[in-house]
Every structure is written in structure tokens, then in C-alpha cells.
Design a protein around this ligand. Structure first.
Ligand code: PGA
Length: 266
């Protein structure tokens, strides 16, 4: 695992975007795994800037998103599809036929989940997966207790998440209680993973996920089993890491001796 502690949210976002851009330049037909949430907004902004100012070309890229609420149409302003349209897809040249976000209105969720897994395989698997982390250590909607081998499936949201989400919905509007999410096992099959986290609120769980034991109680800890993970943090999110000095040392040595390898080594 490569852990990079940057100074600010902007630095974290710029580095994550650079790694995605490198991936696309290296393989224009890359399959990207994408995440929603507040964390990747800056990364997507930077990708849009690279597209507009430097011609970063998404025309051959295929995308798969991690999760989606069940029951929300893609046009609902709280759906993850809507989030992705607003924050990335509407501003870059990824063809709409190449975009995959789990479909919250699928007639048979079970069939849809199997199809989604098969579709990822049909495109040759995910080359680069972007992940955020929840305060409870979840990746995608894999709440604590999710099997480390889990696949794309229907997941019941925790009461806490449902309660949290109420503020985003109108009075009398039903708050989703279920989501379709890639499993931890699905995520671990990505060829490369970049996890990003910022802010004090994430410091404790980042330390647990990176330096604690691998456990289904902290889904993100499963990333320790993956051969090619880069974790990019801002200073605050990295503030509880015990081996922070070592990670910094590794980064400085690499930056000096092998600048092209930043983000490439395991
Ligand atoms: P956040 O959510 O980016 O809004 O903090 C992360 C997550 O829950 O995965």
C-alpha cells in the first residue's frame, strides 16, 4: 500500500486526478470505477479542467459507478447518477453509452446485480477504481459486517444513514432504505485502487483501515489484501497514522529518485 499525505484537499484532489489522467493517457480505453460523495468532487473538478485545458480525452473510457439508491430515478437530484452527471459526465467527453451507474429502478435487482458484475467482466475488469471512505469504514455501501468476498448486491442502509439522508429529501418524500452496491470482493478485483480521504473526521477510521487488522467491521481494511492500492490523504485525514513519518519518507525518496513512479508502486 502506498500512502501519500498531501497538505490540503486541493493537493489531494490534484494528485488523484493526475493518477486518473495518467491511467487514461497510458490506456485510452481504460475502465474507470467511480465514486460519489463530497470527497471526489475536487478530483472531478480537476479532471474537467484537464479535459478543457489540456485535452484529456475520455472518448474511449468506460465507467462503472460503485453504487446507487434503490427507487430513485436517475433524474432525482439525490440519485448518484444525477450527482455524476452534474459533477463529471456533463463536462467531459465520455460517451453516454459507456457510462454505467447501478440502475435503482431495475425490475429485478437480483438480475441487475448479476448483469452489472458480468458487464464489468465483459469490459475486461476495472483498471482504476476511485474510492472514498465512510466514517464507519465503508467503501461503496459496504457497511460494517459486509463480507470481504461480497459481490454487487442489494444492501439495506443503516438507520443512521437513512436518518442522515432525511435532510436531502423534501417533506413527505420517501428516503431510500436500500441501495445497489458493488461488493468488497468486486472492488478488490480492480487492477489498481486509489482511495482518497480528507478532513479530521476521517483521521481515526483511516488509521484503522490502513494500520489496523483486516476485518469485515471496517470494509476499507480489506484494501490491505490488494496488491496495488494508493491512499491519498490531506494532512488532517492522515493525522492519526502511526507510521506517517515513514510514508512521508518513502514519498520524498520516490519523488527525488523516481518521479515517474509516484502512484505506481505498491
Ligand atoms: P464522503 O462520503 O465523501 O461524502 O465523505 C464517503 C463515503 O461515504 O464513501
Amino acid at each position: 500500500m502506498e500512502v501519500i499525505v498531501t497538505k490540503t484537499y486541493e493537493d489531494m484532489s490534484a494528485l488523484a486526478a493526475r493518477m486518473i489522467a495518467q491511467q487514461i493517457l497510458h490506456k485510452p480505453s481504460s475502465v474507470l470505477g467511480l465514486a460519489t460523495g463530497s470527497t471526489p468532487v475536487g478530483t472531478y473538478k480537476e479532471l474537467i479542467r484537464l479535459h478543457k485545458n489540456q485535452g484529456l480525452d475520455f472518448s474511449k473510457v468506460t465507467t462503472f459507478n460503485l453504487d446507487e439508491y434503490v427507487g430513485l430515478p436517475p433524474t432525482h437530484n439525490q440519485s448518484y447518477r444525477y450527482f455524476m452527471d452534474q459533477n463529471l459526465f456533463n463536462h467531459v467527453n465520455v460517451p453516454s453509452a459507456s457510462i454505467h451507474v447501478p440502475y435503482g429502478h431495475a425490475e429485478s435487482v437480483l438480475d441487475f446485480c448479476e448483469w452489472y458484475e458480468a458487464e464489468i467482466q465483459r469490459f475486461g475488469g476495472i483498471d482504476l477504481q476511485i474510492l472514498g471512505i465512510g466514517g464507519d469504514g465503508h467503501i461503496a455501501f459496504n457497511e460494517p459486517g459486509s463480507s470481504l468476498g461480497s459481490r454487487t448486491r442489494l444492501k439495506t442502509l443503516t438507520e443512521e444513514t437513512i436518518e442522515d439522508n432525511k435532510r436531502f429529501f423534501g417533506p413527505g418524500e420517501e428516503v431510500p432504505r436500500f441501495a445497489i452496491t458493488m461488493g468488497v470482493g468486486t472492488i478488490l478485483e480492480a487492477k489498481k485502487i486509489v482511495m482518497i480521504a480528507n478532513g479530521k473526521k476521517k483521521a481515526e477510521i483511516i488509521a484503522e483501515a490502513i494500520e489496523g487488522p483486516v476485518s469485515s467491521q471496517v470494509s476499507a481494511s480489506a484494501l490491505q489484501l490488494h496488491r496495488h492500492v494508493v491512499v491519498i490523504l490531506d494532512q488532517e485525514a492522515g493525522s492519526k497514522l502511526k507510521r506517517a513519518d515513514y510514508y512521508k519518507w518513502v514519498y520524498e525518496q520516490k519523488a527525488k529518485l523516481m518521479p515517474n513512479l509516484i502512484g505506481k508502486a505498491t
